[in-house]
Design a protein. Structure first.
Length: 191
């Protein structure tokens, strides 16, 4: 499902987009809200072109690249994000913990590609470290460059939504989710 790019006629106030219920999104792509990630979006756009896929939707942020083969919006609100994650069969994302935890919590297959500091995509290589850890410990699909992303996308579509089970407790997921929402230090420690 995705929102159309047309605003309702005669709507007052801020423009709102009408929800079209007949479009199925199989793969949801997100770069998060803090930084652009054109390298990820370009690779997914190329994969969609090469495979003839039209069933992707991407939240692309304020990057300079605009996809030609997938539907996209720069930003979506939290309810839309949650809707796309729930409805998609698979997720492709930067190595941000919020998206990863949400996908794991919902049992969604996820492919992550970390931003890299040497390419000026982020301030440090925390996402590379996260991706290396997740690749070894959690069974999440990880790609470290564009060619590997295209290969992993072919693997990702073979998985069915629900194939992945959360690898951490729901209690831990809730603590991390509260920390992210509150933007405050966690005051309790789970055993």
């Amino acid at each position: 499902m995705r929102r159309s790019l047309a605003d309702p006629v005669a709507a007052s106030g801020k423009a709102r987009r009408a929800l079209l219920l007949w479009i199925c999104i199989v793969i949801f792509v997100t770069v998060g809200t803090q930084l652009p990630f054109d390298r990820l979006i370009k690779a997914v756009d190329l994969w969609a072109e090469l495979r003839g896929r039209k069933d992707l939707f991407a939240q692309i942020g304020h990057g300079g690249y605009r996809p030609h083969n997938i539907r996209w919006e720069e930003f979506i609100d939290v309810p839309e994000f949650e809707h796309y994650v729930r409805e998609a069969q698979a997720i492709v994302a930067h190595a941000g913990m919020g998206t990863i935890i949400t996908a794991l919590d919902l049992g969604k297959p996820i492919l992550v590609m970390p931003r890299r500091a040497d390419l000026k995509e982020t301030r440090n290589d925390h996402q590379v470290a996260t991706a290396k850890y997740l690749k070894q410990k959690c069974g999440i699909l990880v790609a470290f460059d564009e060619s590997e992303l295209i290969t992993r996308l072919d693997e990702l579509i073979l998985h069915k939504s629900g194939d992945y089970k959360p690898v951490v407790s729901h209690q831990l997921i809730e603590v991390v989710r509260s920390f992210i929402k509150a933007n405050e230090p966690v005051r309790t420690f789970l055993p």
